[in-house]
Design a protein around this ligand. Sequence first.
Ligand code: 13P
Length: 263
Amino acid sequence: MKTETEFRQDIIEIGKRVYNKGFVASNDGNISVRISDDEVLATPTGRSKGFLTTDQLVKVKITGEKLEGYLEPSSEIAFHLRVYRLRPDVRAVVHAHPPVCTAYAVAGIPLDKPVLPEAVVTLGCIPIARYGTPGTEELVEAIQEIIPRCDAILLENHGALSVGPDVFAAYYKMETMEHFAHITWIATTLGKVNLIEGENLQKLFELRRRFGLGEKPLCDVCTVPLERRAQPEETIHEPIQTDDEIADIVARVTTKVLEALNG
Ligand code: 13P
């Protein structure tokens, strides 16, 4: 078990990484770590995550009361605490606004297609939590609907959230999510996104099981209505008809041609 000093240093390190990677601008984003059953260390509100010092972090009870710190905790502390209460396996939460992920969240397109092995194995699928005003109970409720089943989620018209057993694991999920979003975006602009399917997909689920990550279905939890993501999905390369349907179309066309030829 790490000491509180080490937990503080870890948060400062991850703050630098999210800022230097461009996953946040200005004072955006927040990070927290559950340091014991009833204590959480969180970033302070309104400070750049790239330049924090360990003394600026705020300690709060899992029930929300401030325990220690001369600054106020993140305005999003309520959703961090809700995640810890819903997911005892989670010991760290990272919230950021990585540009490509956030663009998907703005476009209403979940990252729920099996496209890259790393993303399927480490993240499962990445749904979108419905929009909630930052810093309010609306956002807490939107997140709580999804977080029991996912470690990485998009926040509609806002950003992204990732969780893990420590703050490095949570941060790496944010990195993987942004990388996955970036590649998906480029492939989509190239005009073709081939999916990992059938036996190959089953093998990735098997890896998830072997790594103790569960076998999460790809994706039955997206809250964004299908019609709002119909357009981007048109570019995804999937069979439009089954073999039987194609045979039926060929038979019907053949009949019409023969009818025309026979007058
Ligand atoms: P805080 O500075 O209060 O953590 O807020 C930043 C943010 O990104 C809100 O969503």
